[in-house]
Design a protein around this ligand. Structure first.
Ligand SMILES: [Zn+2]
Length: 85
């Protein structure tokens, strides 16, 4: 039954690395160091025909402590602007 469900409703995830910004760490190490900005898009695929986007999530990954920090879309856009500089 679960197998059938998996065929009918696949949940693919697409992970993009947007770039690297130097910001203070909000997690364990509290150091200002390079962070990777990542975007994860989640889709639901029905019968391999319809692909419905169900959400986008952003998070940063600290290069020092490897801590992951979930951020909202607004913050992600701010960081994306910093990538160019
Ligand atoms: Zn850190």
């Amino acid at each position: 039954m679960i197998f059938l469900f998996r065929i009918l409703f696949q949940i693919p995830r697409e992970r993009d690395q947007l770039g690297i910004v130097t910001i203070p760490c909000q997690q364990h190490c509290k150091q200002t160091c390079p962070h990777t900005v990542n975007r994860v898009k989640t889709y639901v695929r029905l019968l391999s025909l319809f692909v419905i986007p169900v959400g986008t999530m952003y998070y940063t990954s600290c290069s020092t402590c490897k801590g992951l920090q979930k951020i909202d879309a607004t913050r992600a856009q701010e960081l994306e602007h910093q990538l160019g500089t």
